[in-house]
Design a protein around this ligand. Structure first.
Ligand SMILES: [Zn+2]
Length: 289
């Protein structure tokens, strides 16, 4: 991990509110299947500011990944384990914004005002879409996937904490085996290939929690687990003023986490205030490299 954000402390301070939000986002039953699929590795020279990188073709066997890790016992748990990126090597004052769409009952809305602002201001973003959200909004998801300003990341199939032994986060039960963790990643991996025509590069688990075995599983499936250095909206429970002040702690090479499925939260207004203010301080918004 390259960057540790000061604002992560705020994450824990707001734990109760975050938990309340994430509980409603839930974790259903993962139902991805594990047939072999084709992955693509990074294309050099993509115009990072306007077009997310794509991946050249490689093969991966989800069944082999699940078998390799079957029965393993995790040794670590959290949001910033080794193997989870929480920052990137920046050129100057670069910063990456990410927005999650958690999906499921009550969580399938979209903050159109926020997305319109990103488009009008040409601010690139990684949108971590859960499979349930995509399935509830297939046409809109297709439009977002077709816009080179946005890169589509994998926010899981059923929005589960990614575990191999069922460990919970905020009382949301995690996936309970290596196979279930593989399915949680792969079900939406396949859905995103159908949506975008290429494999997602990045993954963020529901609740952003993992154990160390699950982090290895994500990487062996060809995706990079993405954490954050700025917890901008505390699970879409923060006021607009809190979102703004959280974002103003941004440092070069950092990654913000906020949500795009809660149009009535303070997230959109806070971002509309904070992003121009960061730009005025010299920040350039970029896709994750
Ligand atoms: Zn989520």
């Amino acid at each position: 991990m390259l960057v540790t954000g000061l604002s992560r402390r705020g994450f824990f301070a707001a734990g109760a509110a975050l938990a309340a939000s994430l509980v409603t986002a839930g974790c259903g039953v993962a139902n991805g299947n594990s047939s072999d699929r084709i992955l693509e590795p990074p294309r050099a020279g993509a115009d990072q500011a306007t077009t997310p990188a794509r991946l050249p073709i490689a093969t991966v066997s989800p069944d082999a990944v699940a078998a390799k890790h079957a029965g393993q016992s995790p040794k670590a748990w959290g949001m910033d384990l080794d193997g989870i990126i929480t920052g990137f090597n920046a050129t100057g004052k670069q910063f990456a914004v990410t927005f999650d769409a958690c999906g499921g009952p009550g969580n399938n809305d979209i903050d159109e005002n926020l997305l319109a602002f990103l488009q009008a201001q040409r601010i690139p973003a990684t949108l971590f879409l859960n499979k349930r959200w995509i399935d509830a909004n297939p046409a809109r998801a297709g439009q977002l996937a077709a816009n080179p300003l946005f890169e589509i990341g994998n926010h899981g199939t059923a929005h589960c904490p990614l575990s191999v032994n069922g460990r919970a986060a905020y009382e949301i039960g995690g996936t309970a085996s290596a196979q279930a963790a593989v399915d949680e990643v792969w079900g939406n991996h396949q859905r995103i290939i159908a949506l975008t025509g290429h494999a997602p590069r990045f993954f963020r688990a529901g609740t952003a929690h993992y154990d160390d075995v699950a982090v290895s599983i994500v990487r062996e499936l060809g995706e990079t687990p993405v954490g954050f250095s700025v917890n901008a909206d505390f699970g879409a429970t923060a006021s607009s003023g809190q979102v703004q002040s959280n974002m103003m702690t941004a440092e070069s090479g950092g990654i913000s986490l906020a949500h795009m499925h809660r149009p009535k939260s303070g997230t959109g207004a806070g971002m509309l205030a904070a992003l121009p203010a960061l730009a005025a301080k010299g920040f350039e918004f970029v896709h994750l490299p």
